[in-house]
Design a binder for this molecule. Structure first.
Ligand code: HEM
Length: 141
């Protein structure tokens, strides 16, 4: 990405797929629904796992691999949900992430983790990290 800033938009899509900021969307069934042969009873709270959908091998080749050059990037990205409640801030979120990443790659190309890798916590709703320590050294201007 530092060598080829043109990859930034694809990196944003792939990172949102691989370690999404949102893992699921909640819904309540108003009536019985049969989905792929499974009955979802009416009157129940559901958590629809977009986290799982984004690792679906039927949709993405080698889904457990982070690959910012993948040939099958998410098109209508599941991380922003679907239907009438699909994220209203999708375009803004993508622009913010693209601009932020591009600025970091340009201004601090030697930025690196200070310590071990962090774990993104949470399998439902909004996910987060407890802290992200980084450092930069001589490679930066
Ligand atoms: C990477 C960043 C973001 C992700 C992954 C994300 C994800 C989502 C998801 C999955 C939903 C659907 C929830 C559901 O169907 O129950 C949603 C809804 C929504 N998002 Fe985002 N979002 C992001 C950033 C933003 C930003 C920056 C804004 C506004 C500035 C925003 C505003 C909204 C609003 C207003 C809704 C509700 C839409 C509705 O119910 O009709 N989001 N978002």
């Amino acid at each position: 990405m530092c060598r080829d800033p043109g990859l930034v938009p694809r990196a944003v899509l792939e990172c949102l797929r691989y370690e999404p900021a949102v893992a699921s969307v909640p819904r309540v069934t108003l009536e019985d629904i049969v989905l792929d042969g499974t009955l979802l009873p009416g009157g129940r709270a559901l958590s629809l796992s977009t986290l799982s959908a984004m690792r679906d091998p039927a949709l993405y080749s080698d889904p457990d691999r982070l690959d910012i050059r993948r040939a099958d990037p998410p098109r209508r990205h599941p991380v922003f949900g679907g239907g009438v409640h699909r994220c209203l801030g999708e375009a803004l979120a993508k622009v913010e992430l693209e601009e932020g990443l591009a600025a970091l790659a340009r201004r601090l190309p030697a930025l690196e983790l200070d310590g071990g890798p962090v774990t993104v916590q949470g399998a439902f709703g909004i996910r987060s990290v407890h802290g992200l320590r980084v450092r930069w050294g001589r490679g930066n201007g």
